[in-house]
Design a protein around this ligand. Structure first.
Ligand code: SAH
Ligand code: SF4
Length: 354
């Protein structure tokens, strides 16, 4: 069991209440606590007004709420906010909030750092520090929603697991967090508005497909040939592109779902017309769409960003066969864009220690 309230499911809360009270707590109390934490977003046991005072106090004394605290919030000229959140053990991780008109997208992290060594990604330079707990994953949503006065139920709220980390290497906690996030009595997010992005950890994709509740699946393709992908994403040595595409064909999509392929365009490396035609071949006959992202640059990243004309030409080719969109970079000025999450501080753009 986790050492914090956020992250516990209703059954675990029931056990906890039995422990702090010594038995005899009616079962509806567990549901009250559960709904207060996830649905009403009460920030700690002391604030759960439906509980008798003494039970509330014992619960608050027994364990912390576990909600992360913000060390910094950086705000971009485009409205994107990047939060550097401090976890209970002093480590920090990032959550990004992107408003777009009436819609909001939260980009949350699944690990502190990342063990997958993609050559174009700043997070890779951190290495893996540790997995996040289910509570720390859900806590990012509770925190960002609370800090911005947003209700998780608003139909325009999307959550993407595209921050720090490879979610499929922390699948157990990601799935528990998913259950808490999409439970109507929990955070109340729509299952269709939760997406997980993976670098292609094939055995875990199979496991994900078997889970009754699961985020939508996005795959970071990023290359059009086996050899190119091995170079850009060394994880391909273990999980070959051909096998990854086979796993995509076998993936059990729900009737309303389609796969998303993400493709980071690197100038002169994977952005040619021939690459685009090969992407079409890979994606053909799959129920999918392709999202293109021009590289977000960063110190230590040995690639360039293609110009707009190249991005457009690539899109035109892919679009003939598959829906294809260009993702506009959000929050590049505050190092909040895809692949830039490396705990940069705004003043000197150096990693924040800790
Ligand atoms: N680890 C998971 C999810 C986090 S990365 C994954 O790799 O899918 C989220 C997305 O950012 C991935 O699609 C990745 O390919 C992309 N990305 C990484 N570095 C980038 C960069 N420098 N510029 C643009 N996109 C990048
Ligand atoms: Fe990890 Fe994703 Fe970055 Fe690759 S792109 S290093 S998998 S966070």
């Amino acid at each position: 069991m986790e050492q914090a309230l956020v992250g516990l499911d209703a059954a675990e809360i029931g056990e906890l209440l039995g422990r702090v009270w010594g038995g005899g707590v009616p079962s509806f109390r567990a549901r009250q606590v559960y709904e207060a934490v996830y649905h009403q977003r009460v920030s700690g046991a002391a604030g759960i007004s439906t509980l008798p005072k003494e039970l509330r106090e014992r619960l608050a004394g027994a364990l912390p709420s576990g909600l992360p605290e913000a060390d910094h919030c950086y705000e971009s000229t485009d409205g994107t906010k990047r939060y550097l959140l401090r976890l209970a053990d002093g480590k920090s991780v990032e959550t990004v909030l992107m408003p777009e008109g009436e819609r909001y997208t939260f980009c949350i992290s699944s690990q502190v750092g990342c063990p997958v060594n993609c050559r174009f990604c700043l997070t890779a330079l951190l290495g893996l520090e540790r997995n996040l707990t289910a509570g720390e994953i859900v806590g990012q949503v509770l925190f960002a929603a609370g800090a911005n006065g947003l209700s998780a139920e608003v139909s325009k709220l999307n959550v993407v697991m595209m921050g720090q980390g490879e979610p499929l290497l922390n699948l157990e906690n990601v799935l528990k967090a998913t259950r808490l996030l999409v439970d109507p009595k929990g955070v109340g997010l729509s299952e269709r508005r939760l997406t997980l992005s993976t670098s292609g950890i094939i055995p875990k994709m199979l496991e994900l497909g078997k889970s009754p509740l699961r985020p939508k699946l996005a795959i970071s393709l990023n290359a059009s040939t086996e050899e190119q992908r091995r170079e850009l994403m060394p994880v391909t040595r273990k999980y070959h592109l051909s096998d990854l595409m086979e796993a995509c064909r076998a993936y059990p999509l729900r009737p309303w779902e389609r796969l998303t392929f993400e493709y980071v365009l690197l100038k002169g490396v994977n952005d040619t017309d021939a690459d685009a035609r090969r992407v079409v071949k890979l994606a053909a006959n799959l129920k999918c769409k392709v999202n293109l992202i021009a590289l977000n640059p960063g110190p230590g990243i040995p690639y360039g960003t293609p110009d707009q004309a190249r991005v457009d030409a690539f899109q035109q080719i892919v679009r003939r066969a598959v829906p294809c969109f260009v993702r506009k970079p959000r929050g590049r000025d505050i190092y909040a864009a895809c692949g830039q999450l490396k705990r940069m501080s705004e003043e000197n753009l150096l990693p924040v220690v800790g």
